[in-house]
Design a protein around this ligand. Sequence first.
Ligand code: FMN
Length: 341
Amino acid sequence: MLSTLWPVTRPLLFQLDAEKAHELTMSMLEYAPGLLASTARLGRGHPHPKLATTVAGLQLRSPVGLAAGLDKDGRAIRFWPSLGFGFVEIGTVTAHPQPGNPRPRLFRLVNEHALINRMGFNNGGSEALAQRLRALRERDLWPDVPVGVNIGKSKVTPLDEAPADYALSARRLQGVADYFTVNVSSPNTPGLRDLQDRAALASLLPAVMAEVRDTPVFLKLAPDLSEDAIHTAVELARMEGLHGIIASNTTIRRDVLRTDPNEAGGLSGRPIKDVAAQCIDHTLRAAAGRIPVIGVGGVEDADDVQRLLDAGCAAVQLYTALIYQGPGLIQRINHDLAGRQ
Ligand SMILES: Cc1cc2nc3c(=O)[nH]c(=O)nc-3n(C[C@H](O)[C@H](O)[C@H](O)COP(=O)(O)O)c2cc1C
């Protein structure tokens, strides 16, 4: 039903500034999640049982999850599963609430089915998120798919105090998040990606792990890392007892674009498919089956999902394709995947 309306809603939303369209959609999803979820589910039901899979002990109804950044403050958690997602990642949240970068900071590259963003982790902070999530659990409104929280560094926190900043968010969210993702790979917080260095990871990862009990922890990497750096990060993640790697975040590369709007930030969507695939390939090689890998970047259809699963990914995530293809996308992908198995 929601997807039937997409041919009408897409042109309306695409006439608005990208962030305004996002805010409008999120407000609707926040205030009428039950109604919109039943509308989205009409006639579809849950993904086919043969799509069910397990990653790091998490039971997923479909291998396709929502990538971080779309619902930073977990405002529409009850809605996302109705689109067919097998798991949902909210955040990035930081220990301190922060406004993010000045607007405009989100740009559509419509002809390339891509986005450039330099949001800068605008979010209400991990304490507010923990309260919202706890309230959902107490009211028995927690979704029936795993909901992970992606945590990052507050802008005001100096890089050498990053471990304590991440640890504080993990402590607040321990017991409410179904999994955590340690995000060291967004290009829009100055210095954040330096945390992917061996020395920085060696102090950051144990600080987070010390706060977490009985909850899987994933590490999210940038696609712009060298193969050596990916090997180092995967090795450290394994040694510190993390449960998975998410590869990858947005890229700062522009050579994959046909047109360059000359805006700083992270590029996502169709043009990063090959960049992400290469990063995922390096990650899978470094992981060598010893730690699960979740593939992200430019996933647009069941072929893309299948390719990543066949390459060895345990699951996939997407964000940008949902903006371009609308609410029916995940159910379509699930349907196509089920038809092949
Ligand atoms: C507007 C926007 C905001 C994002 N914010 C975050 C974020 O806060 N944390 C994060 O780990 N990834 C963030 N991402 C990256 C996505 O989770 C994903 O890794 C990336 O977009 C590649 O996937 P895609 O091509 O399917 O969009 C963001 C992406 C976009 C487009």
